[in-house]
Design a protein around this ligand. Structure first.
Ligand SMILES: [Fe+2]
Ligand SMILES: [Fe+2]
Length: 300
């Protein structure tokens, strides 16, 4: 049995009789999450599992949180009670379904996300807001933006509306909610492929980033970006960020070569990105190859 089937069965058993509307919502989230996972290249099985479990503790008694959540979480939930169900649902996932931390975090942070969340987390968050049974005008608007392919803008807009809603109810928005809104505001700006690549290299503090202009030299690509990192881990992180970020901006990656080695090459069609472990860049003397190409050094 797949874990998503297990999660589905659990939620049907829990909500099937008394909370039909909630069950319908959960199924709506699963449908949207599956669609988005497929569109943006995220594991569908994980997306479905997180979607089925995301509201699992919706009607649980918050006093049950003692002994399940740690003190810090409880303190936070007391201030922002809508977080109880998300945090408890994530714990229920660990207890009854599986151990994947990306799925766990997608459930835990589904209410308004968190800064630098993974693509799976973002998918569950926005699927929750825009699933087909949501009838508020703001949800319908975000659903339309999302289905038009503007993933980041849909998240940004959904956060504007949930923050406005907090204010209307005289509730204080969570500080993280504001940070996520700012992050997605920036992400929703239309950026060029080059800007996205530089941004993501910057996220992992890659150094000595040089953009070589190859338009006049190669019929296959426009630019070559070369950057240095300190570790394989840093390199894996930037590749993960690039794969996610380019997918949601509708750019494609043709291939990633040399994963987990000292020289990783990411072919983004118009731009080729070479990421080196610092020593290896000197060893290959790669910059010498492009010595007479027009170049731009990116300030760190
Ligand atoms: Fe929820
Ligand atoms: Fe929900």
């Amino acid at each position: 049995m797949q874990l998503s089937d297990k999660a589905k069965e659990l939620v049907i058993n829990k909500y099937g009789k008394d909370h039909e509307k909630r069950l319908k919502h959960v199924f709506g989230v699963a449908k949207m999450a599956e669609y988005l996972a497929d569109k943006y290249g995220v594991d569908k099985e994980k997306a479905l599992t997180a979607a089925y479990m995301h509201d699992f503790a919706k009607y649980d008694d918050p006093t049950e949180a003692i002994g399940i959540l740690d003190e810090k979480d409880i303190e936070e939930c007391e201030k922002y009670p809508f977080l109880y169900h998300a945090y408890l649902s994530a714990e229920a996932y660990l207890k009854y379904v599986g151990t994947d931390m990306d799925v766990y975090n997608a459930i835990r942070y589904h209410v308004f996300g968190r800064p630098h969340m993974s693509l799976l987390e973002a998918i569950i968050m926005i699927a929750d807001y825009t699933e087909e049974n949501r009838e508020y005008d703001t949800c319908i608007e975000c659903r339309k933006i999302l289905l038009d392919g503007e993933f980041n803008k849909a998240i940004y807009k959904s956060l504007i509306y949930t923050i406005e809603n907090c204010k209307r109810n005289n509730e204080l928005p969570h500080p993280q909610q504001l940070l996520v809104m700012e992050e997605y505001k920036k992400k929703s700006e239309n950026k060029s492929l080059e800007e996205l690549i530089i941004d993501n290299l910057g996220r992992v503090k890659a150094s000595n980033i040089i953009v070589y202009d190859a338009k006049e030299r190669s019929p296959f690509y426009d630019k070559i970006v070369i950057a240095s990192v300190d570790s394989v881990r840093q390199c894996s992180a930037v590749i993960r960020y690039l794969i996610d970020d380019l997918a949601i901006h509708n750019y494609k990656i043709r291939s990633v070569e040399g994963k987990d080695t000292a020289w990783v090459l990411v072919d983004c069609f118009d731009i080729i990105v070479s990421i080196f472990q610092k020593e290896e860049r000197d060893h290959y003397d790669i910059d010498k190859v492009y010595m007479d190409y027009p170049k731009k050094l990116i300030e760190e």
